[in-house]
Design a protein around this ligand. Structure first.
Ligand code: C2O
Ligand code: CU
Ligand code: CU
Length: 494
C-alpha cells in the first residue's frame, strides 16, 4: 500500500505537522508480516527533511504548596485527529500523547490523583523512581475502571534524572502503552551542573504507532506477541521526525526516553558526535564524549549533548539505524528511521563548557549475596519465563534483604534480546559476558533497565532501600505480559 498520511493532532493551524508516513497502514495485520517488514515509515536518508516543528510534550499542570506538588492524571480514550480522514482513538493521559511531562524537584512530595476512565483496570507505575512499593502501581494494586486513587511519594535527594510513567496492569500493560499511555517524569536538581552551564533542555519521548487499514490503532498480531510490537511510524513527542531549531554553537541536552514496546534505538547524530551525560538514574560521573552511535533499548533513557553547527539553514538529521535484536524469523528487528532534524537558525548562542565532573557516583559495596536470573522462551516452543516460571501474581519468586547489596547474573538463554528492568531502585552494571568473554562495564552509571542480548549474561549489583513487593521483568511489554516477569519481596533484616 502506498497511502500517505498527514499527522495533525494538537491545536490550531500551527499544529499541522506533516509528514509522508510512507503508507503501510495495512502492515502488520496480515499473518507473517512481522514487525519491521514492509515500509518502516520515513526511511533513514530517503525521506525529505521534516516540515513538522518540534514541540515538547505539555508539562502536567500542578499545584505547588511548599514542597508538596499535587496533580491529576486522567487516563481516558481520546480521539486525536491525524488529518487525511484519520482520527484514531488513543488512550491518553490528560488527552495528550505522549502524556504530559511530570516535573518536580528533588525533595518534593508528590500527590498524584489517578483517574481511571479507561474500559479496563489500570495503574500508574513510576518507572525508575525509588517510590514506596505500595505507591508504585504494581499489577497487584489495580485501579478499577471509573475509579480513582492517589499515589503519594517523596523524591529523595540525589534522584534527579529522566524517568517515566506508564500503566502496569496485569496482562494489558503492552496494550495500554501502545494505545498511548506513557509520559516523561523529570526530577530536577536546582544545582544541576548542565543547566547552570546553559544547556537547553529538550525532552525527546520516542514512541511508535501502527494503524490498520481503517486508520485505527492496530491490535497486536500473534507475531507481535512473540517478537514484540514495532509500530510503523516512529514519533518524537507525537510527531514524525520533527524539525528542531538550534543556534550555531548552542548545546542541546536531549533527554531521550525510548517508550516503545519493543523497538530498539541505535541513535546516530547526523553530524558530529554525541556526548552522553546521563543514564536511567541521572547524571554520569563524567561526560562520555565522541559517541557516533548510542543504543537505547525499550524503557531506557539517555541524556545526550549535541551542539548546533553550521550556517543558517544547515540540517543535521538524527537517525536510528536498523537494529536486529532477534534471530528468529527476523523478528524484533527495528527498522531505520529519522528521529529528529536539527536546523540551524540565526541568533547568539551561549557557549556551554561541559563540566569534567558531573557528580560523584560511588560504586556499590561488594555484594554479600548472589542470584542467578535466567530469561528463557521463544514464545513458540516454550513460554517467556524467568527461572523457568511464567509470571504468577500470587507467587513470590525471590526474597531480598533491604539494604543488602546483591550480585545478579542475568542470563539470556533465548534467541532474542531482552531489556531487563527492576522496580524501585537503580543498579550498577558490573560486566557483560558473551561467547566466553567478559567485558567489564567501562563506566559507573545508575541503571534501572539493561539490555541483555541473546546468549549474553549481564552481571549487576543491586540494592533495594525500601521494603515491599517489586517487579522485575523484560521491558519488551509483550514479553512482560506473556510471563517474563517475577515478584521480588524486599524484607527487613531479622
Ligand atoms: Cu517500565 Cu515494570 O516497568
Ligand atoms: Cu519500572
Ligand atoms: Cu523480552
Amino acid at each position: 500500500m502506498d497511502r500517505r498520511c498527514f499527522l495533525s493532532w494538537g491545536t490550531g493551524a500551527a499544529g499541522l505537522w506533516l509528514s509522508g508516513c510512507g503508507g503501510d497502514s495495512g502492515m502488520g495485520t496480515g499473518p507473517g508480516m512481522g514487525p519491521g517488514v514492509g515500509s518502516p515509515g520515513p526511511a533513514a536518508g530517503t525521506s525529505p527533511p521534516s516540515a513538522l516543528a518540534f514541540a515538547p510534550p505539555p508539562v502536567a499542570s500542578a499545584l505547588r504548596t511548599g514542597n508538596l506538588v499535587e496533580l491529576t492524571l486522567t487516563a481516558a480514550p481520546a480521539t486525536l485527529d491525524l488529518g487525511n480522514g484519520l482520527a484514531p482513538e488513543f488512550w491518553a493521559f490528560n488527552g495528550s500523547v505522549p502524556g504530559p511531562t511530570v516535573e518536580a524537584n528533588e525533595g518534593d512530595r508528590l500527590r498524584i490523583t489517578f483517574r481511571n476512565r479507561l474500559p479496563l483496570a489500570s495503574t500508574i507505575h513510576w518507572h525508575g523512581l525509588p517510590v514506596p512499593a505500595n505507591q508504585d502501581g504494581n499489577p497487584m494494586d489495580p485501579v478499577a475502571p471509573g475509579a480513582d486513587r492517589v499515589y503519594e511519594f517523596t523524591l529523595p535527594a540525589g534522584c534527579a534524572g529522566t524517568y517515566w510513567y506508564h500503566p502496569h496492569a496485569h496482562l494489558t500493560t503492552h496494550e495500554q502503552v501502545f494505545r498511548g499511555l506513557a509520559g516523561m517524569f523529570i526530577v530536577r536538581d536546582p544545582l544541576d551542573p548542565l543547566s547552570r552551564a546553559g544547556a537547553t533542555d529538550v525532552p525527546v519521548v520516542v514512541t511508535d504507532l501502527r494503524l490498520d487499514a481503517q486508520g485505527r490503532i492496530a491490535p497486536n498480531t500473534g507475531f507481535d506477541m512473540i517478537g514484540g510490537r514495532i509500530g510503523s511510524l516512529l514519533l518524537v513527542n507525537g510527531r514524525i521526525a520533527p524539525r528542531l531549531a538550534v543556534r550555531d554553537g548552542e548545546t542541546l541536552r536531549l533527554r531521550v526516553l525510548n517508550a516503545c514496546s519493543a523497538r530498539f534505538l541505535e541513535l546516530t547524530p547526523g553530524r558530529g558526535a554525541f556526548t552522553q551525560v546521563a543514564s536511567d538514574g541521572g547524571l554520569l560521573g563524567a561526560p562520555v564524549a565522541g559517541l557516533s552511535s548510542v543504543r537505547v533499548a525499550p524503557a531506557e533513557r539517555v541524556e545526550l549533548l549535541v551542539t548546533g553547527a553550521g550556517p543558517v539553514g544547515a540540517l543535521a538529521t538524527l537517525q536510528t539505524r536498523a537494529h536486529t535484536g532477534a534471530m528468529m524469523m527476523g523478528g524484533a528487528s527495528s527498522p531505520a528511521a529519522n528521529v529528529l532534524t536539527l536546523e540551524t537558525i540565526s541568533g547568539p548562542a551561549v557557549a556551554v563548557t561541559v563540566p569534567a565532573i558531573l557528580r560523584p557516583i560511588s560504586e556499590l559495596p561488594a555484594a554479600t549475596a548472589t542470584r542467578r536470573i535466567v530469561l528463557t522462551g521463544d514464545g513458540m516452543m516454550s513460554s517467556f519465563a524467568i527461572n523457568g516460571r511464567v509470571f504468577d501474581m500470587g507467587r513470590i519468586d525471590a526474597v531480598m534483604r533491604r539494604g543488602e547489596v546483591e550480585r545478579w547474573d542475568v542470563v539470556n538463554d533465548s534467541f532474542m534480546d531482552h531489556p531487563f528492568h527492576i522496580h524501585g531502585t537503580q543498579f550498577q552494571v558490573v560486566s557483560r559476558t558473551a561467547s566466553g568473554r567478559t567485558t567489564p562495564e567501562p563506566w559507573l552509571a545508575w541503571k534501572d533497565t539493561v539490555d541483555v542480548r541473546a546468549g549474553e549474561t549481564v552481571a549487576i549489583k543491586v540494592r533495594q532501600e525500601l521494603p515491599g513487593l517489586r517487579m522485575f521483568h523484560c521491558h519488551i511489554l509483550e514479553h512482560e505480559d506473556a510471563g517474563m516477569m517475577a515478584t521480588l519481596s524486599v524484607v527487613d533484616a531479622p
